[in-house]
Design a protein around this ligand. Structure first.
Ligand SMILES: O=C(O)CCC(=O)C(=O)O
Ligand SMILES: [Mn+2]
Length: 216
């Protein structure tokens, strides 16, 4: 057993399920479940440090108003071989899974009752870094698969707004929490990570995704 493993990693799928409160945060057109304290504070700190250290983090690039913007937020794309995706016209190839990431993935899979083959990680250094309104609806994603979002570090406000109606919902994503977004959430709702002027510690968010693999 390594220092990385904690009691929580040893919970069975049934025990993990018992952490789940089956309350849908959305009023309609999708299903979002929030589970706090899936990872206990000590293992959150260890995992945060090891993810920061072990992965190859890159500043994200995206096209905004026709211009190529380099964000201060850093990203890492991890997955099975064959799980590449195209983002702002750039094809990205995945980094390999680390043992810590596989532990986190197995926990996310047990909670979501679905397997994942890739993970997008975002590192927000402070409250001035966030993510604008979007849906996780890339063509590469397996239709109707859930997305599991795991958070480590400073807690941040995460909001949903309906694409066609005046409806909105927010939730604070705490250290060690998991947010599950089930179909058809991405079809009807956008989400964003709100910037804040408050002093907040750095945060790493992991979104586990099921990508349709390329034919080898
Ligand atoms: O940082 C977050 O909580 C959200 C990240 C996100 O929406 C994404 O990676 O698509
Ligand atoms: Mn997203």
């Amino acid at each position: 057993m390594t220092a990385m493993q904690t009691n929580l990693f040893e919970l069975t799928p049934t025990e993990l399920d018992s952490l789940k409160v089956d309350v849908n945060l959305l009023p309609k057109d999708g299903s979002v479940t929030y589970i706090s304290k899936v990872f206990e504070p000590n293992s959150c700190s260890t995992l945060f440090a090891s993810l920061r250290e072990a992965l190859d983090w890159q500043q994200d690039q995206l096209v905004m108003f026709g211009k190529l913007i380099t964000t201060k937020r850093e990203v890492a794309w991890v997955g099975d071989a064959g799980c590449s995706y195209t983002y702002s016209g750039v094809k990205k190839f995945p980094q390999a899974w680390t043992p810590e990431l596989l532990h986190i993935k197995h926990t996310a899979e047990a909670l979501a009752h679905h397997t994942f083959n890739s993970c997008l990680l975002n590192l927000y250094h402070d409250g001035a870094q966030g993510m604008g309104w979007h849906s996780d609806d890339e063509v590469e994603l397996e239709a109707n698969a859930p997305i599991a979002s795991v958070s480590f570090g400073g807690e941040r406000k995460f909001s949903f707004k309906h694409k066609f109606e005046k409806l909105g919902v927010s939730v604070v994503l705490e250290n060690g929490s998991v947010l599950l977004m089930h179909a058809p959430t991405q079809h009807f709702w956008q989400h964003s990570l709100t910037k804040t002027k408050r002093i907040v510690p750095p945060r790493i968010n992991l979104t586990f995704r099921a990508i349709r693999q390329e034919q080898q």
